[in-house]
Design a protein around this ligand. Structure first.
Ligand SMILES: [Zn+2]
Length: 382
């Protein structure tokens, strides 16, 4: 009644009456910065090819209309991470029949599986890329705020398992210097730009992005059947020109090898890994440690135990290729010159490899005939 009364008084009163009161809660269960990572926000730079999130940062990509809540891996996805209604509302769309392990970032695939909720005040929320057959609601049903509605998946255009949360009347729920004054979240929480290690481990599985996104089983004891040993980590809040380095320490505690990598882009989600071509390496038995540092400060430490002394000389007649990285590759110098020599014939130094199935060059270092590989992938687009 009071509202109606004010409405007839003045335009100002009208504004008071229609002030937004609806607030939204986090649509994925889990702790931000531990279980869930906000990787891409809404792009507020609608006038150009540039990008700008609500806080005037680059944590978005051109034309992105939602917020990406990324979970650490496909293994986490398989274990079941719950999507909940961000506010009470009515279900107006449910699609959950599509394949949910899409890693190819095919733009045309769009939302993939999704649920849409109609809320008060004209808002519609979309929960995209949800897991196949995971919808817990049907069209026409009313849901309460916080009610489980599906599981996080990776259907549609989705390089990593995540929830793309999109709010219409095309709004960004986050408030900030380059966004709205008032947050639509009941509790806005974001750690974009703050460095955090999402996950890290040692593996003897093939060191490819796909393997790591699936999360290979933890390996603590490495035996002579391993062809590579990889230390990998995933990072939130990486800035362009940050330096990630890795140092491998022998059982004696002495440093065996170290390597530094300058990050090319600012990103909230970056895989980084370093592997040893174990078949070529002479490594003493015992417990080894791989220490990963960011700008000189250690951020994660992984240990593994070599079961036996391994001493395998590379055989020039039957060169052992990098077993893990199957497929043909071309070798380039650091200055970009195409080298017409196989890997085993190259002198010690740093090189780029370009694989047929992966256009992103991979850096390797050869020292004493041992190949040390370096890989990185940053982004997560969808
Ligand atoms: Zn998205």
């Amino acid at each position: 009644m009071r509202c109606v009364y004010l409405l007839v008084l003045s335009l100002f009163a009208s504004a008071v009456c229609t002030a937004q009161t609806l607030r939204f809660t986090q649509p994925v269960l889990g702790e931000i910065g531990k279980d869930v990572f906000l990787v891409n926000h809404v792009d507020h730079d609608t006038a150009s090819d540039g990008i700008r999130n609500y806080a005037c940062k680059v944590y978005t990509y051109d034309g992105h209309d939602g917020t990406d809540f990324v979970i650490p891996s496909f293994r986490h996805m398989d274990s079941g991470v719950t999507v909940v209604a961000a506010a009470s509302g009515k279900v107006i769309a449910v699609v959950d029949s599509l394949y949910d392990r899409n890693k190819l970032s095919i733009k045309e695939n769009g939302f993939g599986n999704y649920i849409a909720l109609q809320h008060a005040e004209g808002y519609v929320s979309y929960y995209a890329h949800i897991r196949k057959n995971s919808a817990l609601v049907r069209v026409g049903q009313h849901v309460a705020s916080g009610q489980p509605i599906a599981l996080v998946g990776s259907s549609g255009n989705s390089s990593d398992p995540h929830l793309h949360f999109e709010l219409w009347r095309r709004v960004d729920p986050f408030a900030g210097q380059c966004g709205d004054v008032t947050s639509l979240w009941s509790d806005q929480h974001d750690i974009s730009g703050e460095h955090a290690v999402v996950d890290h481990d040692i593996t003897t599985w093939p060191p490819t992005l796909d393997t790591l996104r699936e999360r290979p089983p933890h390996v603590s004891l490495v035996d002579t059947t391993a062809s590579t040993i990889t230390a990998w980590s995933v990072h939130n809040g990486i800035d362009a020109n940050d330096v990630i380095s890795i140092a491998w320490y022998m059982p004696s505690g002495a440093k065996w090898f170290d390597y530094s990598y300058t990050c090319p882009t600012t990103t909230n989600f970056m895989y980084w890994w370093s592997y040893i071509d174990y078949s070529r390496a002479t490594m003493p038995a015992g417990t080894w440690t791989a220490v990963t540092s960011l700008n000189g400060t250690p951020v994660c430490r992984d240990t593994f135990t070599l079961a036996t002394v391994v001493s395998v000389e590379p055989n020039a007649d039957q060169p052992r290729e990098l077993v893990a990285m199957s497929g043909d590759y071309e070798v380039y110098s650091m200055s970009g010159q195409h080298l017409m020599l196989p890997l085993h014939a190259l002198p010690d130094g740093s090189y780029f490899l370009r694989y047929m199935q992966n256009p992103e060059p991979v850096q390797v270092v050869i020292r004493d005939g041992i190949v040390f590989g370096i890989g990185s992938w940053s982004g997560h687009r969808d």
